[in-house]
Design a binder for this molecule. Structure first.
Ligand SMILES: [Zn+2]
Length: 277
């Protein structure tokens, strides 16, 4: 683009030095520039708009008019770009300016909406950075965030404790830097808002988070044995792995109180662990 700007400027200078010369070279370069679709970023880095400005006062009315047309066309490009940025609700793709979403007048609900919208803006950025031919945003982050929040409220019958708990879980998983898949699926419509708000925490988590959860759960099951109370040793259980009968065990209420306790057994020989009710 700068090459074109330079030839327009050179040709115009030439024309000022020789006013009777042909106007064609300058006008052609300016026409080519006018046809260019430019972005604000391109204009800022090239300074092309500023470089052309002196041509507005060119002695040849044809040249000054053509230069004015270029600048008008470029201004229109920048205006449209800003408008598209607003339409996606992502302020030019920056997380610093999350999507403006309609306020409900309720602080919790508004926080919920802006949090969802911000997470989806992140998904827009990620999709832009790594586009895929069969994936596109099914709606703007703002519109999706509103639909998600409304679905959440409907499912929980208002801004209840359940609403807040689910919001925390959704917010954590949607913003999780290690879980881009979830927000991308929501953005592209593969997980609709009504499905999203009913998904179990396990389904929301990233693979890494799922593994971590499983590890924590197992740790809870096997390592939370009351250490103060000495675990009884018994030969009444046989290890399925090494067939020995040297085991310790403890019992814990893992479900509701009126159901039988779960027994956790550890083989003292090979450390194999199992449980039964
Ligand atoms: Zn064993």
């Amino acid at each position: 683009m700068l090459d074109l700007v330079k030839s327009a400027l050179d040709a115009s200078k030439e024309l000022e030095a020789h006013p009777s010369g042909p106007t064609e070279p300058a006008l052609q370069a300016l026409e080519a520039l006018q046809a260019r679709r430019v972005t604000a970023a391109q204009l800022a880095s090239s300074q092309a708009g500023k470089l052309l400005r002196p041509l507005l006062k060119h002695a040849s009315p044809a040249v000054s008019q053509a230069a004015a047309s270029v600048i008008a066309a470029w201004k229109e490009c920048v205006r449209r770009e800003a408008e598209e940025g607003r339409a996606t609700g992502c302020g030019g793709g920056s997380m610093a300016t999350p999507a403006p979403v309609p306020s409900t007048g309720d602080k919790v609900r508004d926080l919920c909406r802006t949090t969802f919208a911000a997470a989806l803006c992140l998904a827009v950025e990620e999709l832009r950075a790594a586009p895929s031919p069969d994936e596109e945003a099914c709606a703007t982050p703002g519109a999706l965030a509103v639909a998600m929040e409304e679905e959440l409220r409907r499912q929980h019958g208002g801004v209840t404790e359940g609403y807040k708990a689910k919001f925390r879980s959704l917010s954590f998983n949607l913003k999780d830097r290690k879980n881009p898949d979830l927000r991308r699926k929501v953005l592209t419509g593969r997980i609709a808002p009504d499905l999203l708000v009913t998904l179990a925490p396990e389904a929301l988590a990233s693979d890494a988070q799922r593994e971590e959860n499983a590890r924590i759960r197992e740790k809870k099951l096997f390592d939370s044995a009351p250490s103060a109370a000495k675990q009884p040793t018994t030969d009444q259980f046989q290890c399925g792995k090494c067939r020995q009968r040297k085991t310790t065990y403890y019992q814990m209420q893992t479900r509701s109180a009126d159901e039988p306790m779960t027994t956790f057994v550890t083989c003292l020989n090979c450390n194999n662990r199992w449980k039964f009710c």
